[in-house]
Design a protein around this ligand. Structure first.
Ligand SMILES: NC(=O)c1ccc[n+]([C@@H]2O[C@H](COP(=O)([O-])OP(=O)(O)OC[C@H]3O[C@@H](n4cnc5c(N)ncnc54)[C@H](O)[C@@H]3O)[C@@H](O)[C@H]2O)c1
Ligand SMILES: [Zn+2]
Length: 359
């Protein structure tokens, strides 16, 4: 088991990583001063797999959980689902002494996190991420949100959890495709801030894909420590936190333009990283050998590495131009001049498109 603290003044909190921690959830949450009534927010897939264990662990730690299971999938990150969650919390007469436990992937984490940020002007939140993507990325950092029909994550808040419990044993049953997509974010941390980590991820592909618990504990802990380092220095993404957007500029544009459901987030980010690596070679001095090595690594994890046929649609161009990292008339890219280091460049749409044709 590993643990560390994210230092954010009054919002500082512990992060615990290890196999079997779900069964100690009540005890661990109790150590942060929580107890009594709580809502366990999850989705129906995760409830079927781990709901019973989570409830037992909470009861054993002195909690009285009300379980709220939403439909699985991105469509639950909606104002309509949020309203149903509020209905249940209010009908059950949960008061300010109650807490919210988010057990699930990034969808549940973002939805339950926003519910915790807003219900009664904020109640304590515990994140228990159950996908690789959520364990290495979304559970830490305090970004919570629901989607609006006009765009993703438009309604949200920065709200830090009281505790994060990442039980890597829960990843064993995660579908292969969802596991691979999480590896895109793992590789991202190596590319932007930890070149030696890339060697480990290259060398240990087999035990990682076999979901060896000790290996996963080491990986999740290393990624979360990196994210914690960044968030401690720039919680609100004034500057440093934007390095975490490596691969996300083109990735988001692909997600938004290629039709809902074609790519999982991590798959689009894998292509986006290959695009950012190409730009890093062409504009920032990354060597061709390093670019090729990264493309091989991303491909080795079964992730896509090339722009799809027909990528340069009107929808793609519009999505890229709308990117929220757009600044001073251009589109801002995080680039890696050297593996483990970042820089940024602001480019015009017309400059970018011919370069992307080479990805
Ligand atoms: N807050 C942030 O900083 C942040 C960062 C990145 C992504 N996100 C958000 O995360 C969301 C995507 O999250 P996700 O990829 O975890 O998807 P998800 O939450 O939809 O989970 C994927 C699927 O896996 C199932 N599942 C979850 N855990 C499982 C397990 N252990 N075993 C078997 N099945 C399991 C779920 O029921 C779901 O069907 C997006 O909405 C994205 O916007 C947020
Ligand atoms: Zn991402």
């Amino acid at each position: 088991m590993q643990s560390f603290r994210v230092e954010l003044g009054p919002a500082s909190h512990e992060v615990q990583i290890g196999e079997g921690l779900l069964d100690r959830l009540g005890e661990l949450a109790g150590l942060t001063g929580l107890r009594g009534r709580c809502a366990l927010i999850t989705d129906t897939n995760v409830a079927a797999l781990f709901g019973g264990r989570a409830q037992r662990a909470l009861r054993a730690g002195g909690f009285d959980p009300l379980t709220i299971a939403v439909e699985p999938g991105e469509s639950s990150k909606s104002i309509a689902t949020l309203e149903r969650v509020y209905d249940r919390l209010i009908e059950a007469e949960l008061d300010r002494g109650a807490s919210i436990f988010a057990l699930g992937g990034g969808v549940v984490g973002d939805l339950a996190g926003f519910a915790a940020a807003t219900f009664l002007r904020g109640v304590p939140l515990v994140q228990i991420p159950t996908t690789l993507l959520a364990q290495v990325d979304s559970a830490l950092g305090g970004k919570t949100a629901v989607n609006h029909r006009l765009g993703k994550n438009l309604i949200g808040a920065i709200y830090q959890p009281r505790l994060i419990v990442a039980d890597v044993g829960l990843l064993r049953g995660l579908p292969e495709r969802e596991f691979r997509e999480g590896m895109a974010e793992v590789i991202k941390y190596g590319a932007i801030m930890d070149a030696p980590f890339l060697e480990l991820v290259e060398r240990d592909l087999q035990p990682i894909m076999a979901r060896d618990a000790a290996m996963l504990e080491a990986i999740v802990a290393r990624c979360l420590r990196h994210k914690g380092y960044v968030v401690e220095r720039d919680e609100r993404e004034a500057e440093l936190r934007s390095i975490l957007n490596f691969g996300h500029t083109v990735g988001h544009a692909l997600e938004n333009s290629s039709g809902y459901g074609r790519y999982l987030h991590g798959e689009a980010i894998a292509i986006g990283m290959c695009a950012a690596l190409r730009l890093s070679h062409l504009l920032a001095g990354l060597t061709a050998a390093e670019e090729e090595r990264m493309r091989r690594l991303i491909g080795a994890y079964g992730l896509p590495t090339r722009m799809p046929a027909g990528w340069c649609s009107d929808a793609f161009r519009q999505a890229l131009a709308r990117d929220k990292k757009r600044s001073a008339g251009g589109i801002r890219f995080v680039l890696v001049p050297k593996l483990g280091r970042t820089t940024s460049r602001t480019l015009e749409l017309d400059e970018i498109l011919p370069l992307l044709a080479e990805v």
